[in-house]
Every structure is written in C-alpha cells, then in structure tokens.
Design a protein around this ligand. Structure first.
Ligand code: NAI
Ligand code: MG
Length: 350
C-alpha cells in the first residue's frame, strides 16, 4: 500500500524540522519496501499573511478522502495575533477529521537527559491518551461586557458519552495490544462533578471488560506529583484534552525536553496527523539549531501506525545512539545543527 502523506511544515522551526523528518522518511523508503507519496501543502502564517487563506475547506476534504496521513511541523507566528490560522488548521483538522486520539509517548531514551535524579530509561516509559476533540478546547462559551469592569466570560467543557468512551476504550485496547499492564485515568472529579463523574463511570465500565489489566484513578493534581515522584508507576494514562495537554509537557521534560517529544493525532477509521509536540519556537527560528529529533520520532510513530513497527524501532535506536554519543543540538548541551543531527540519525540507520 502506498502511504499518501500531506506535508505541512507550517511556521517557524516547523520549516526546519519537517525537511529533516522527510529526509529520514525518504532514506527509509529508498532502503525498505515502503511506498510513500509526499504531497506538500503551503499552509501557515506566510500563506495567511500573503493571501488571507487559513484552511481551505477543499483541502480539508482532500485530506479526509485522499490521504492516509498528515505530517505537520508547527503553527504559530508572532506576526499573526490570535493565530487564527493555527486554530483553523490544527484544531480544524483535529475536530473536522475527528482525530480523537492524541497519542503521546513519554519514553526516556538516555538517562542523562532526564532532570529526575536516579531514574533510568526503564523508569520513564508510558503513553498518554489525550482526548483530542472535546473537553475545554471546543471554543464553546462567550464573552459578555468585554473590556469593562463587569466583564463575564464562560468557557464550557464538553464531555460526551461517545467521546469519553472511545478514548478510554482506545487506551485499554492499546494496553492489551502492547502488553502494558495498567491504565491510569486522571480527572478532577472531586471538583468537577458533572463531566468528570461521566469519566469515572465510563472508566469503571470499560475497565471491567479488561480484568487482566490493572486500572486505577488519580486526580490530576495527584498525577502531577506522582509523575515526578514515581514515573515508573505509569504505563498508559488516559485523560481529557486540557489535562492531557498539560501533563504531556511535564512528560516531555521527563523524557529529556520538548525537542524529543513526538505525537500522533489519530482517527483509527480515518486519517492520522503526526507532529512534534513543540511549537514554532520563534526565539530560535532561522538559526539552524532546532532539534529535529521530535519530528523524526513523530515520523517513526507514523510508520508504526501503518504497520512498520520495525522501522519505528530502528528510528528510536538511531535517535538513542545520537543521544548516547552527545550528537545533539545546543538545547540538549550539544554543538550540532539541525542538519548535522539529521545526518547522524541517517548514518546510524545504515
Ligand atoms: P515552543 O514549543 O515553540 O517553544 C518553547 C521553548 O522550547 C522555546 O524556548 C523554544 O526555543 C524551545 N523549543 C521548542 N522546540 C524546540 C526544538 N525542536 N529544538 C530546540 N528548542 C525547542 O512553545 P511556545 O514558545 O509556547 O510557542 C511558540 C509558538 O508555537 C506559539 O505561537 C504557540 O501558539 C505555537 N505552538 C504551536 C504548537 C503546535 O503547532 N502544535 C504547539 C505549541 C505551541
Ligand atoms: Mg501543549
């Protein structure tokens, strides 16, 4: 099967790390039985500033019907106040393509890069299933008397039975398929007694169908403490959109920093979008020092999603070798450029 991939470098360092990831993809395609069709899309702040286009509806339709995957860099540009283009493109894709699983692995590849004392790679190895289509990110709400002393705002949290059930089911199915022994669900049901009560009930129901998998619950504040104190407790975590966003940044630091954090936005029956967790990093753009490893690991997740777990493992091993040998960009204490790190990864893949 040919994998058709829409490639959107986007803004800032997205335009630096996506070519690096594509380079790795093309290298693997040339050496393995891997048919890829990479189609670039000019979307992002530059396009928006040039002609006012954010996300053409016909492009979204093409992604839905003609593509298996989307590879995205980052969206967000200081020249676009409010970043409407990012909302339309990234949140637009998540919502309109119903990419309800935001899968974020947190895996320490080399002990020296974690800020936690005395933790080994075996201690930090879990995946977060973040609900990606509802929660607090739907924009439901409003502002009243904006800009006055009497201003009132409402930001509504949406939790549907269908939405909660399918992400919890996806977490258990993943645990079962990948030999993970436990699933932790995290919410704030002690204070948010309507929506998060739904999460508690659905979690109890679905976990009963998987008696061989240990299931436990933590309030999200307690989860933050435990992730720092004892990350080895966790194998699979399932949570809502907001909490998943926050705890995966914490997770990114545990695994060595935002430059190493990869993610997938997945609709199991449709298209899937893979992206590094980081943003467009305007503070370092144009200097050739953006860490490409998060984007490269995201490409590994993409290959694994399409049945090439062996190639994903090979990418992870190559990245691990770079880390072990200090072949890294400055934010990880190295001296290499984006392109040099990419070349090292490809050399280790050989
Ligand atoms: P950011 O992730 O862009 O940067 C945070 C810090 O991490 C910065 O100091 C940056 O230099 C560093 N950093 C990030 N990625 C790096 C890499 N690959 N290599 C080396 N250093 C790296 O987050 P920030 O600054 O909060 O947001 C900047 C812009 O990106 C904003 O417009 C924001 O909305 C957008 N953004 C977009 C995301 C996406 O497209 N998925 C995710 C997060 C932020
Ligand atoms: Mg985030």
């Amino acid at each position: 099967m040919t994998i058709r991939i829409a490639v959107v470098p986007g803004d800032g360092i997205g335009t630096e790390v996506i070519p690096a990831a594509v380079h790795v993809l093309q290298h693997l395609a040339s050496r393995h039985d891997l048919a890829l069709d990479l189609v670039p899309f000019d979307l992002g702040a530059e396009r928006y500033l040039r002609d006012g286009t954010t996300m053409p509806p016909e492009v979204m339709e093409r992604w839905r019907t003609d593509f298996q995957a989307i590879l995205l860099g980052a969206l967000g540009d200081p020249r676009v106040p409010g970043n409407q283009h990012a909302v339309d493109i990234l949140l637009g894709a998540r919502f309109q393509l119903d990419l309800y699983i935001n899968l974020r692995p947190v895996r320490l590849l080399d002990a020296r890069y974690t800020p936690l004392r005395g933790k080994d790679p075996s201690d930090i190895d879990f995946v977060v299933f973040r609900e990606n289509t509802e929660g607090l990110y739907t924009g439901i709400g409003g502002q009243f008397k904006r800009g006055t002393p009497d201003e009132v705002t409402i930001e509504a949290e949406l939790n549907t039975r269908k939405g909660v059930e399918r992400i919890i089911r996806a977490a258990f199915a993943y645990a079962q398929a990948h030999g993970r022994g436990s699933v932790c669900m995290s919410d704030k049901s002690n204070a948010m007694r309507h929506g998060h009560d739904l999460w508690r009930r659905v979690f109890a129901e679905v976990s009963a169908e998987y008696p061989q998998i240990e299931s436990f619950h933590l309030y999200v504040d307690a989860l933050c403490m435990e992730l720092v104190r004892a990350p080895e407790r966790f194998e699979v975590i399932v949570t809502n959109n907001l909490f998943g966003d926050i705890i995966t940044d914490l997770g990114a630091q545990l695994q060595g920093g935002i430059g190493l954090a990869a993610s997938g936005n997945i609709n199991p029956e449709g298209v899937a979008l893979f992206e590094p967790v980081h943003g467009s990093a305007p503070d370092i753009v144009g200097r050739g020092i953006a860490n490409p490893l998060a984007a490269i690991l995201s490409v590994g997740m993409m290959l694994s999603h399409f049945g090439h777990a062996d190639l994903d493992a090979a990418i992870q091993r190559a990245v691990q070798t770079c880390l072990a040998q200090g072949q890294v960009t400055p934010e990880l204490g190295g001296e290499l450029s984006t392109d040099q790190v990419t070349d090292r990864v490809i050399a280790h893949l050989r």
